[in-house]
Design a protein around this ligand. Sequence first.
Ligand code: HXC
Ligand code: NAP
Length: 290
Amino acid sequence: MKFTEGMLREGSLKDKNILVTGGGTGLGRSMSEYFLKLGANLVISSRKLDVLEETAKEMTANTSGRVIPVACDVRDIDQVEAMWEKAKSELGQIHVVLNNAAGNFISPTERLSTNAFNTVLDIVLKGTSQVTLTAGKDWIAQKQGGTFLNIVTTYAWTGSGYVVPSAAAKAGVLALTRSLAVEWAKYGIRSNAIAPGPFPTEGAWSRLLPGDLVKKFDPAKKVPVGRVGEHQELANLAAYLVSDFSAYVNGEVITIDGGEWLKGAGEFNNLDQIPQEMWDMMEASRGKKS
Ligand code: HXC
Ligand code: NAP
C-alpha cells in the first residue's frame, strides 16, 4: 500500500450526492474524481462552464456515476441559489457540500486596490458562507442533515504576509466551520475543514509562485518530510471526512502539510541548517569542560 493509492473501500460513498465548488480544476477535481470512484454522484461547479463540461466528460469516461457541471459564481447569491436548485433537480437530495472554490494571488498588501482585496474576500469568505447558508437552510427545512467540508489553509490561524485577503478570508471560513459544527449538529449537520500545505496545481502555482519564483522558493524545501503533497493523499482524507466513517468527527480542521507550518512556527527549527560536524564539535567542546 502506498500513499498515492486510494484508501477507502469500494462503494464507501455509494448513494451520496456531493456538490463540489471549484470542482473543475486542481484539488477540487482530484477530490471529485476519487468521490466518483467510491460511488458518489457529483455536481461540480465554478464560473467556467466549458472547463466543467470537459472535466465532467473526462471523469465519467470510465465510470457509471453521474457528474453534473453547473456554472456558478459563488459571489452571487442568485447564482448560488440557482445552482442548489439545479443540483437537487438533477440528483435529488444533496448529502455533502465541499466548499473548495477560492481566489488568491501574492502582493504586498499596501499595493492592493480595495477591489483586489474585496475580490478575494468575496470568493473565499462570502462565497463559502453563501453556499453554506443556502445548503444549510434547505437541509434544516427538509429535516435531512448533511455534511460540510471546507478547504482552508494553515495560515488561517498563523496569518501570512503577502496573501492577507486570503488569510483573513480563510480564518473566517475556519470560524464558520467550527461555529456551525456546534450550532447545526442538532440538525444532523456536520462541519469539518482540511488545511492543506503545498499541493501543486496550475491555479495555485501560477498565482502564488509565478515566473521564476517557483525555483527561488521551492515549496518542498519548507516541508519537514521533504516533498509537496500528492493529490490522492488529500482525496483520501476528504473522502473519509465526507463519508459516514467520520460520523463522530465534527468541528475539526485536519492539517495535511508534512509538518510545514509547525516547522515555520518553532523558534529554533531553522537549526536544521547546522551540519552534523558542527554538532560534533559543540558536543566535543562540552565534553572538555566537564
Ligand atoms: C494585485 C490583482 C492581482 C494580482 C488581480 N488583481 N490579480 N491585484 N496582484 N496578482 C486585482 C485586479 O487588478 C482587480 O482590481 C481585482 O483584483 C479583481 O481582479 P479581476 O481579474 O477582475 O477578478 P476576477 O476575474 O474575479 O478573478 C479573481 C482572481 C483570479 C482572484 C483575481 O486570480 C482568479 O480567478 N482566481 C481563481 C483561482 C485561484 O485563485 N486559485 C488559486 C487558489 S490557491 P482593480 O482595482 O484593478 O479593479 C490558494 C492556496 C493557498 O488559495 C495556500 C497555498 C499553500
Ligand atoms: P484552483 O485549481 O485554482 O481551484 C480554485 C477553483 O475555484 C477553480 O476551479 C475556480 O474555477 C474556482 N473559483 C474561483 N473563483 C470562483 C468563483 N467566484 N465562483 C466559483 N468558483 C470559483 O486551485 P487549487 O490549488 O486546486 O485550490 C483549491 C482549494 O485548495 C482552494 O480552496 C485553495 O485555497 C486550497 N488550497 C490549495 C493549496 C495548494 O497548495 N494547491 C494549499 C492550501 C489550500 P473557475 O475559474 O472556473 O471559477
